[in-house]
Design a protein around this ligand. Structure first.
Ligand code: NAD
Length: 486
């Protein structure tokens, strides 16, 4: 890539201002922490802005503000909370274009996906919680008991970089709608979009302390939130390793945790499937956001009778994943989020090939732009289901393909994973596909290309997490259950 051309691309000509403050107790104020985080554009490898690195004092201030705000916020009538969230939706909608370009710059997501998913999806999720917040409190009776859901308290939200605003919104909107208050720590790689959200929160005039922003390193700010005695629920999205660490910190004080973790999802293509559609959709799914998607179907399982045909379609589809600048219209695959991520992904490709996988597309020698953290869309065939590349979450554009001989074997391979976040089944016979879907130990399965539903519960089995986000199930995560006997 021509660096000069990339740096002056129309999408990049507006400079992004450094942010020097945190949002605490309804105001932008100077951090106590003196450090600074440099935010890089992974396409140009240039630093585009800086944000503060807060410290444990900043976390204490944020939690104190959230604790003080909890009483009045949780006591608001549902319609009043909904009105606040609706104003936030208006303020954030006005920033949709800015959100898309900011994520295209700080993460490298191609503009089409940045617009539709990185900016569009959080707005859809926020709107769904405006609607839910406005509905009367749901209660029911069991014998002589009245069962009510009450907000859990102060929520500590810690989020990753791959869908930075969506993951924030699934927590912040759900928590606020339920009557909780929030302290957010966004990912260090992509903090800029969180600032746009808090600009909108400020403009919408949410009551002071209801939502607080502390940027900074996970090991300092994230740990302090997870360990804080006044944080009632730690809602975390990220890697399984950090999720386990957060569980330990929260366990010491029996705080609640909600964990959305990694995945290694299986796309099961039965012999009677519409093969072309199944494989092409599967390839697009695996490479969405450069493969940095927790729900990505990164293991393609194909009936042996259609295996060679499927590999040919997969190779053709992978070749269509044009690498390039996220601001170029023809780009399907942007860079990976960081140099470290690129090296990790390249290491996995090397390991897969060394273990005997067959390279069908991409690979380490495939041409990539000479600037930016790019890896070509890579397809590995004949992969041993127990091998590292079939077991570990690569979080890059690497798809492994594995043959099977029966529905039972397909289910066994799909379930041969410590993860269980998402998956897919394709068959000409929907009942047969549904039967396989029911046997998959995973939080979501799409049958024959069923569309993503932002109101359906989202979350994982096994090491993919604990709890659910989005829709009514997501709201329930922020509620305690109380039984009142009469
Ligand atoms: P990560 O676990 O490294 O970081 C996630 C967040 O935790 C960041 O804000 C980070 O600063 C913070 N953190 C890091 N160390 C911490 C510590 N010791 N204590 C507290 N907080 C700490 O994950 P990542 O690299 O940002 O994101 C990629 C991972 O997220 C992948 O494994 C992916 O599957 C997962 N993910 C899961 C979902 C889901 O919904 N299940 C969605 C997106 C991403």
């Amino acid at each position: 890539m021509d660096l000069a051309a990339a740096a002056t691309h129309p999408g990049r000509t507006t400079p992004i201002a450094d942010r020097t403050q945190l949002y605490l107790d309804g105001r932008w104020i100077a951090p106590h922490g003196t450090g600074v985080i440099a935010v890089e554009d992974p396409t140009t490898e240039q630093v585009i802005a800086h944000v503060p690195a807060g410290d444990t004092v900043d976390v204490d201030r944020a939690v104190a503000a959230a604790k003080a705000a909890f009483g009045p916020w949780s006591a608001l009538a549902p319609a009043e909370r909904a009105a606040h969230l609706d104003r936030l939706h208006t303020a954030l909608s006005a920033r949709a274009g800015d959100i898309a370009t900011t994520v295209a710059r700080e993460l490298g997501t191609p503009m089409k996906i940045a617009t539709k998913v990185q900016a569009g999806l959080p707005l859809t999720v926020l709107k769904s919680y405006v609607d839910m917040a406005g509905q009367p409190e749901s209660t029911h009776t069991v014998g002589n008991s009245l069962i009510v859901g009450e907000p859990v308290g102060v929520v500590g939200a810690i989020t990753p970089w791959n869908y930075p605003l969506h993951q924030i919104m699934a927590k912040v909107a759900g928590a606020l709608a339920a009557g909780c208050t929030v302290v957010l720590k966004p990912a260090d790689l992509t903090p800029l979009v969180a600032y746009l959200l808090f600009d909108a929160i400020d403009e919408a005039g949410l009551p002071p302390g209801v939502a607080n922003l502390v940027t900074g390193p996970g090991s300092v700010v994230g740990s302090a939130i997870a360990a804080h005695p006044d944080v009632d629920l730690v809602s975390f999205t990220g890697s399984t390793a950090v999720g386990a660490r957060i569980s330990h910190l929260a366990a010491d004080r029996i705080a609640r945790v909600a964990l959305e973790l990694g995945g290694k999802s299986a796309n099961v293509i039965l012999a009677d499937a519409d093969l072309r559609r199944a494989v092409k959709t599967g390839v697009a799914n695996a490479f969405l956001n450069s493969g940095q998607t927790c729900t990505a179907w990164t293991r393609m399982l194909v009936h042996r009778s259609r295996y060679d045909e499927a590999l040919a379609i997969a190779a053709e589809a992978a070749a269509g994943q044009t690498l390039g600048d996220p601001f170029d219209e023809g780009t399907r695959l942007g860079p990976l989020a960081s140099a470290a991520q690129r090296e990790t992904v390249r290491g996995y490709i090397e390991q897969g090939l060394a273990a005997g996988a067959r390279l069908i597309a991409g690979g380490l020698d495939a041409p990539v732009p000479d600037r930016g953290h790019f890896v070509a869309a890579t397809v590995l065939a004949d992969v041993d289901p127990d091998s590292v590349v079939a077991q570990e979450e690569i979080f890059g554009p690497v798809l492994v393909v594995i043959p099977f001989d029966s529905d039972d074997e397909a289910v066994a391979i799909a379930n041969n994973s410590r993860y269980g976040l998402a998956g897919a089944v394709w068959s000409g016979d929907e009942d047969r596909a549904l039967a396989v879907a029911r046997r998959m130990r995973t939080g979501a399965v799409d049958v024959n290309g069923g569309a993503f539903n932002p109101l359906a519960p989202f979350g994982g089995f096994k090491q993919s997490g604990i709890g659910r986000e989005l829709g009514r199930h997501g709201l329930a995560e922020f509620l305690e259950t109380k039984a009142i006997q009469r």
